[in-house]
Design a protein around this ligand. Structure first.
Ligand SMILES: Cc1ncc(COP(=O)(O)O)c(C=O)c1O
Length: 425
């Protein structure tokens, strides 16, 4: 459904909630008007406060209806509050909301591991709660499996802000890492994304997003992922694909690395999260038996676990998400809708480049922060992306309706014209 606004944006109820938030939340978290100059990649307006969501829509506490073109950071790929996912979560919640991490598993966790392995061609799974957890599990696995101690990552790569992935990011590195340098290991080197490949024999692994999300919805040049894998394997170095943003159909193939126009070998380790459980915090690191078995058998005191490891509600919801993606043909739909969007965007003046694939799209405009704010004021939720906020990151629910796309591209054109009048002449 298209946006329907009852108040100015943000409305009085949102503003009142945000004032209460500001009194209690650590000031470094939610971007607010007073700190807009320092904000990284966020629109310079107070947030709206979300009250409810369904499908492609979000309602705020003022009753305004928005279209969520971010799918909540890429989480709601099957749409917000999908009935099958909610039903699976509710049924599990009523039966067993929690099992015991590494001590006592439950059937849903085992079913989900089987399902994920069948889907990815991997053999073994380590669950986590956040994307950061999955990346950290992959890094630990690479160290164990190779005995090496260094990781190669890439400019523009984002892997999460917990200490281990933070040490390996290539996005806003100075701002994100500098205050916490004492916490960070110095195990990561960085190379240009899509650039020339050096000797990799010093590295336990290369950690790469097959299509960079926060870094600007950018794909590397065709053939680069394959060359990277070949160079890594020649050097006995593992390949870790971070598909936390790009996984589960978002790019028009189940995983970004499965692009038929740019084939590359299956990674040694694969990180997934975000869309996996349709809104429940769940992530996973998957790998082949030869690599994962480097962990050795648990001797009773697991050397890697969490209280909520493989939570049953998340696993039940993830099983439902995978059903919905399959039953509703969402991968093919993301591909087709992505093509339609590109065609509309090519005719939108002020859009000077389009990056990404499927429904993981970077819309490059002159003043993305101003355009983002104007779009929000017209009922469209979208965030800037890229090292210099050079694009709008378009990652909507995969079943976004065509009339919604049409209305969005019309409003986008207006927002660009109003934000950068010189580009509209
Ligand atoms: C590619 C990628 N990896 C890892 C992460 C970190 O995930 P989380 O924020 O759940 O820790 C993100 C989050 O945006 C991501 O886009």
């Amino acid at each position: 459904m298209l946006p329907a606004l009852l108040t100015e944006v943000p409305g009085p109820a949102s503003r009142a909630w945000v004032d209460r938030l500001a009194a209690r939340e650590c000031p470094g978290i939610t971007a607010r008007r007073a700190r807009r100059a320092a904000a990284i990649g966020t629109a310079d307006t107070d947030p709206i406060v979300w009250a409810e969501a369904e499908g492609e829509n979000v309602w705020d506490v003022d009753g305004n209806r928005f279209v969520d073109l971010c799918a909540g950071f890429g989480v709601a790929s099957v749409g917000h509050r999908h009935p099958a996912v909610v039903a699976a979560g509710q049924a599990q919640l009523a039966r067993l909301p929690h099992a015991m991490g590494d001590a006592f598993p439950d059937p849903r966790r085992i079913e989900l591991m089987e399902r994920l392995c069948a889907l990815t061609g991997q053999d073994r799974v380590i669950f986590g709660s956040s994307g950061s957890d999955a990346v950290e599990a992959a890094l630990k696995t690479a160290f164990l499996a190779t005995g090496r101690r260094r990781i190669l990552t890439f400019d523009g790569g984002y892997h999460g802000l917990a200490a281990a992935p933070l040490a390996a990011i290539g996005y806003h590195v100075e701002a994100f890492q500098q205050p916490f340098s004492a916490l960070l290991g110095s195990f990561a080197d960085r190379a240009p994304y899509g650039g020339g490949l050096q000797d990799l024999s010093a590295y336990a692994a290369v950690l790469v997003e097959p299509l960079q999300g926060r870094g600007g919805m950018r794909a590397p040049p065709v053939g680069w992922l394959r060359s990277l894998a070949e160079a890594a394997h020649r050097a006995g170095t593992l390949v870790i694909h971070d598909e936390i943003y790009s996984g589960f159909g978002r790019t028009g193939t189940m995983f970004a690395s499965e692009n038929p126009a740019d084939p590359c070998p299956r990674p040694d380790l694969l990180c997934v999260g975000k869309a996996l459980a349709g809104g429940f915090p769940l992530s996973a690191c998957l790998g082949g038996a030869a690599v994962m078995d480097a962990w050795g058998a648990s001797r009773g005191e697991a050397i890697h676990t969490q209280t909520f490891l493989g939570n049953p509600v998340g696993c039940a919801m993830a099983l439902a998400v995978l059903d919905v993606i399959e039953d509703d043909g969402l991968v093919a739909r993301a591909h087709a809708t992505g093509e339609t969007l590109r065609e509309r965007l090519r005719r939108t003046s002020g859009v000077h480049a389009i990056s990404g694939r499927g429904l993981m799209v970077g819309i490059h405009v002159a003043d993305s922060l101003a355009v983002t704010r104007r779009l929000l004021e017209n009922g469209w939720i979208i965030l800037p992306c890229g090292e210099h906020a050079e694009a709008l990151g378009f990652t909507p629910p995969l079943a976004i309706a065509e009339p919604t796309l049409d209305a969005f591209t019309r409003d986008l054109q207006d927002a660009i014209a109003l934000s950068a009048p010189t580009t509209a002449c």
